[in-house]
Design a protein around this ligand. Structure first.
Ligand SMILES: C[S@@+](CC[C@H](N)C(=O)[O-])C[C@H]1O[C@@H](n2cnc3c(N)ncnc32)[C@H](O)[C@@H]1O
Length: 258
């Protein structure tokens, strides 16, 4: 007991002298549902800052800061471009993440196509579940008519193909059969699973499928649907602290194509 008391006293005395921030360190990153003391050094990279600013300037994120999510998309797109194949995003809105990725990749995008699929005027309620309708009503004001603006944003980038219409109906207009990076961000499970079913067999081994909404508690339908999608292929989705989910194609196993 005496020893325990002595230890307690020593700890208390050390606690008084130690700098306050050892017990309540500042967050290195605090936005977008993620509060952490872990290093976020990518925030200081000039190349990333330039890419992020280009994405932000599209107005796609409604003023919300989403740095870590965008960084993950940029990093994966760059890693994936070590493989053959094109890039595709389903759910583009005004092109925020796509524009950041185009900037981040720079010359690495040459010789590839980056397909951007969206209605460019929001989600028809008829394809949403009751839960998704509630969520969509909160965000609807951000998904307004933006087709012409998106065409303008990407006019200087001949590698980018803007495809307007409802996913999955518009896959017929995508003239590629090989992808290294797939980004799915449509805020509804039926469209997202239809996209994943179509694109997974066309994903290169080593390529990534990034799911923007996987970990958000308001997007439970998507999480459950992708957990089933992954289980059917003997995988699990990697839950990222940003709320994103990640699948990597590690073998040419699935349902036929490669
Ligand atoms: C969260 S936003 C995408 C955000 C975008 N990735 C960005 O960087 O800002 C969701 C988008 O998905 C689109 N969308 C949802 N379901 C769709 C479908 N079945 N076909 C085409 N677009 C769809 C909406 O029009 C909306 O623009």
């Amino acid at each position: 007991m005496g020893q325990f008391d002595a230890l307690l006293r020593a700890l208390r005395s050390w606690r008084k002298k130690a700098p306050a921030r050892m017990f309540a360190p500042e967050f290195a990153y605090a936005q977008d549902g993620l509060y952490t003391q872990h290093c976020a050094d990518f925030m200081k990279e000039e190349r990333f800052a330039t890419a992020y600013a280009a994405g932000e300037a599209t107005g796609s994120w409604g003023g919300a800061p989403v740095h870590w999510r965008v960084y993950i998309a940029c990093w994966l797109a760059e890693r994936a471009s070590a493989f053959g194949g094109d890039l595709i995003e389903c759910g583009v809105n005004r092109g925020g993440i796509a524009r950041a990725v185009v900037s981040y990749l720079g010359a690495a995008l040459e010789g590839r196509r980056f397909y951007l699929l969206d209605t460019f005027h929001g989600i028809p309620e008829t394809i949403l579940s009751d839960r998704e309708i509630l969520h969509d009503r909160v965000f609807k004001e951000y998904y307004t008519e933006c087709y012409d603006d998106v065409l303008n944003t990407f006019r200087a980038f001949p590698q980018v193909a803007v495809v307007r219409g409802l996913v999955p109906d518009t896959f017929g207009e995508v003239d590629s059969d090989r992808f290294c990076f797939v980004h799915i961000d449509m805020n509804n499970a039926s469209s997202e699973i239809a996209a994943a079913e179509y694109l997974w067999p066309r994903l290169e081994v080593g390529g990534f499928m990034l799911l923007d909404d996987y970990g958000w508690q308001v997007n439970l339908d998507q999480r459950h649907a992708f957990d089933r999608f992954a289980a059917q292929r003997d995988m699990t989705v990697l839950a990222l602290p940003t709320g994103q989910g990640l699948l990597m194609k590690s073998r040419a196993d699935d349902f036929g194509r490669r």
